[in-house]
Ligand binder design. Structure first.
Ligand code: GLV
Ligand code: MN
Ligand code: MN
Length: 420
């Protein structure tokens, strides 16, 4: 069965297109239609209701846990056994395409639809899931739902997180109708699999059909608050200024230099993705800047060194500029290696389907890294066109690329679901 069963690529692609209409907007910079389904907004709620309806139509029994993760369960022949779980997320960054996360959720749903078409039963139950706020752009902490479900983050701490307007995760979950009742932290799947777009250029450039994901690199996020003094832009002599905007720019430039210095290996990456100035007016020297710092490194040791050096740099620049720089860590995850037996299974399934594959370390964070603490876990990557651009409305993978990845996902899931 595992060798021959093939998903319906057109059905998968049209589901991706339909979900991509929820939160669609015209992106003036990219010149194309993008997707904005920021976590726990009305658009996220609408996307959730659509996908949940599809879960039910596929015969899945739907439950929602206390952090709003949604699970659709398909019975197994030995239904008491721990399930094989397939999942990802449907929330998005505000400038997204239609594939990031959605491919993993709708691909898993397509796998179930395919099994339903041929009335195939699996020994273990299957669970298709989507997790709350994987992106972390609204409340500041990524992989939020899966981190709570796997006990890395306490539920109450997650509930209390606030967005920029002071709205809490708990309140917003309630508002969109996804504050569920299922307890968190109890689910122990037999295995977890996730199909996701690569979000980078490697597979496409190497002309590989799929990626076998080795693991996820370390991620460290912080929020800096720079406090200077707002003043008149025309009358205040330059030497009197305490310009928080200038300090943010200096830190951003120094961060880039640090990143490219080679002291943290060749694969260090950093971004200051948000800089918010107050009062943000043409004729006022900014008195306050709040900015985010995103650091990534495959090595935990090099990441620790980069964090310490950047903290030192912040103190030095604050001193030089005569203002205060406070730093607050908002998220941190170590390098996470995936299960080697599941990686081998994914490579084997790709071989059997005649698909070329490549081992690859993930640059992006994923729900899979959370589940890997509780069960054997690995991921399948799908190449992206346009240099694999992602977190951008121009993100694009072809129907065949998506179908190949999901066929590998299905093949691997079927093997895991027959295991004792
Ligand atoms: C998730 O998309 C991340 O920021 O890596
Ligand atoms: Mn994602
Ligand atoms: Mn993403």
């Amino acid at each position: 069965m595992a060798k021959t069963l093939s998903i319906d690529g057109k059905r998968l692609y049209s589901s991706l297109a339909r979900l991509g209409k929820v939160g669609a907007y015209k992106d003036e910079t990219a010149g194309v239609i993008g997707v904005n389904r920021l976590a726990l907004t009305a658009a996220d709620g609408e996307g959730r209701r659509l996908v949940t309806k599809w879960f039910r139509e596929a015969g899945l029994r739907v439950t929602v846990d206390k952090i709003g993760n949604v699970y659709g369960r398909r019975r197994g022949r030995e239904d008491h056994l721990a399930p094989v779980m397939l999942g990802s997320h449907i929330d998005s960054v505000p400038t997204a395409g239609r594939f990031d996360g959605c491919l993993g959720v709708l691909g898993a749903l397509e796998a179930v639809r395919t099994l339903n078409d041929v009335k195939a039963a699996t020994r273990r139950p299957l669970v298709v899931a989507y997790f709350t706020d994987e992106e972390g752009c609204r409340f500041g902490t990524d992989m939020l739902g899966s981190a709570v479900a796997t006990r890395r983050l306490p539920l109450e701490r997650a509930y209390a997180l606030k967005d920029r307007d002071g709205l809490t995760v708990k309140g917003e979950l309630k508002k969109i109708g996804f504050l569920g009742h299922e307890p968190v932290g109890r689910l122990r799947p037999h295995a977890y699999l996730e199909c996701h777009i690569e979000q980078g250029p490697t597979l496409r450039h190497k002309r590989r059909d799929v990626g076998v994901v080795l693991g996820v690199q370390a991620i460290s996020w912080a929020e800096l608050t720079i406090t200077g003094k707002s003043a008149h832009a025309g009358t205040t002599p330059m030497s009197f200024r305490r310009d928080a905007g200038l300090t943010a720019s200096r830190l951003n430039a120094a961060l880039r230099e640090m990143t490219l210095s080679g002291r943290y290996g060749r694969d260090m990456r950093a971004a200051m993705g948000m800089i918010r100035l107050t009062p943000n007016m043409v004729n006022v020297v900014p008195g306050r800047a709040v900015c985010t710092v995103d650091l990534r490194n495959p090595s935990d040791a090099l990441m620790a060194k980069a964090e310490a050096d950047f903290a030192r740099l912040c103190r030095k620049v604050a001193d030089q500029d005569g203002l205060a720089v406070a730093s607050r860590r908002t998220a941190k995850t170590p390098h996470v290696p995936f299960d080697e037996s599941v990686q081998a299974l994914i490579a084997d399934r790709a071989d059997r389907l005649g698909l070329s594959h490549e081992p690859i370390l993930s640059g992006a964070g994923h729900d899979a890294q959370e589940w890997s603490r509780v069960c054997k876990t690995a991921m399948v990557f799908v190449p992206g066109e346009r240099d694999g651009i992602s977190h951008n409305p121009r993100e694009f993978s072809t129907l065949k690329q998506c179908a190949d990845g999901v066929n590998v996902l299905l093949g691997a899931a079927l093997v895991l679901a027959e295991e004792a």
